[in-house]
Design a protein around this ligand. Sequence first.
Ligand SMILES: N[C@@H](CCC(=O)N[C@@H](CS)C(=O)NCC(=O)O)C(=O)O
Length: 87
Amino acid sequence: MITLYHRPNSRSTRFIFLLEELEAPYTIQIVTTRSRDGGGAVDPANPHPHGKLPAISDDGVVVFESPAIALYLTDRFPKNGLGAARR
Ligand SMILES: N[C@@H](CCC(=O)N[C@@H](CS)C(=O)NCC(=O)O)C(=O)O
């Protein structure tokens, strides 16, 4: 099961769209991050090594950085053909 670590109005929102398009089973865990105004805080529940978003975990495998997450998910859930074309 995929867990998407998420904060509304952040880059993690893009992966709600992708997970839905892939018809992947997932849960969302809301976490906090630092904010530009100096507020907020890194959430110990967030597995991202820099406390940022997005991040996902998949049965203990943690993936972070948006392009890496996109490639991981489209490889993991190939059914709808959204990944890179294979030769
Ligand atoms: N290149 C990264 C950017 C990550 C990033 O800067 N995320 C913001 C949220 S949109 C964040 O976590 N900010 C909190 C912080 O910098 O501590 C990605 O797309 O995965």
